[in-house]
Design a protein around this ligand. Sequence first.
Ligand SMILES: Cc1cc2nc3c(=O)[nH]c(=O)nc-3n(C[C@H](O)[C@H](O)[C@H](O)COP(=O)(O)OP(=O)(O)OC[C@H]3O[C@@H](n4cnc5c(N)ncnc54)[C@H](O)[C@@H]3O)c2cc1C
Length: 436
Amino acid sequence: MVNVIGGGLAGTEAAYQLVKRGISVKLFEMRPKNNTPAHTTENLAELVCSNSLGSKELASAQGLLKEELKMMGSLLIPLAEKAQVPAGGALAVDREEFSLLVTEALEKEPLLEIIREEVSEIPQGPTIIATGPLTSDTLATSLAEFLGDEYLHFYDAAAPIVTKDSLDESNGFWASRYGKGSGEYFNAPLNKEEYEIFYEALTSAESANKHAFEEKAFFEGCMPIEEIARRGFDTLRFGPLKPVGLIDSKTGKEPYAVVQLRQDDREGRLYNLVGFQTSLKWGEQKRVFSLIPALKEAEFVRLGVMHRNTFINAPRSLLPTFQVKKRGDLFLAGQLTGVEGYVESIASGLLAGVNLSRLQQSKELIVLPETTLLGALPRYITSASTENFQPMNANFGLLPLPQEKIRPKAKRKEFYANRSLRDLGEFIGEKELLQN
Ligand SMILES: Cc1cc2nc3c(=O)[nH]c(=O)nc-3n(C[C@H](O)[C@H](O)[C@H](O)COP(=O)(O)OP(=O)(O)OC[C@H]3O[C@@H](n4cnc5c(N)ncnc54)[C@H](O)[C@@H]3O)c2cc1C
């Protein structure tokens, strides 16, 4: 018997993978007795916000991840397809129907017991914790104590991330402030006129709606860039866009303002915009940030978000098998691990469930090939920089580049999808992953 805590997207997928392999599961869900600030029903696998699980296109990261999950025998993705509503190229669902389908499917499982209780401490024995971004305070405290205080982050802002490939390097320069380090930062300068245009657009752009509880986090947490900007025309030039100590190698001068981009993954394919945490609407972020000359063609793999989030410092505490380093029979899954998004949470639940069942059956634990998103995402979250670790969604920037450049971009995306499905198919066969 094993415990799964949290009947959200990750916990339900994990529980299903376990019972399917003959392992008895106690699934703990605190709703409806205790609610979170965002959930509104007592159903398992409730979607708290958008009803979209992203693109269906195979040549998109969201589409490919869903296909990989289906190949791995996911419960939730086929049920989402069953509950789908028309939404063009996206898999959008009737959220009530979807969560009811998942609840009913799990209630039928003879090896599964659903216990409607809050778990306030990490239990003994084999366990998956998948309590999500809104983990109850008691359990969050218990986790913080176990992992060490600094290992649990309460986080409310993220800055956008772009691919290095898409930076216009002719409009920027590589340097570190005051020449410290070896010029690891990409600097995107703005002259006075460009800064004025950017400033105007930033301060007049539209913010995303926030849940009431997020307002609090918003004021207590780090300040969004648009809020800093509203304090005065020059505030950004003394804050995140300060040019001091940065000499543009092309002009030999300090620019009027500079946006710095910092490497975000070990391989150096992704760069984040330093200090650009924001609560602007996603479309607005693309529009406004593309006004920075070196970012005019930037490909955004993650846009800034602001909401309460509980996640661990995965590169410090977690293995790519989703085991906690300090305790081999304790697994984490879902948004708590630093993956970002509905489908990513389902993916981590599936992998944690498969691995805990393998542990119970004394089988070797698995990490999927790095050419698949199911393999690349856990590798990323467990090997990213431990300093200022931020959650990550599925994107092609996580996958190894093709040996030779493939253009146009559409062809490259097709290549990623084909390579992933081929490698995943081979891996599933080799490790007999679909057998109990
Ligand atoms: C406000 C908000 C909006 C979001 N919007 C989107 C979006 O539009 N699109 C997107 O892709 N992602 C979104 N996310 C991010 C994320 O993908 C979802 O939160 C996703 O549901 C995470 O899956 P999960 O399984 O980790 O957590 P959840 O689906 O939240 O599941 C966790 C479950 O654990 C239960 N629980 C918590 N503590 C305990 C405890 N101590 N004992 C027992 N049960 C407990 C909760 O009641 C919940 O049912 C959003 C997140 C938030 C907070």
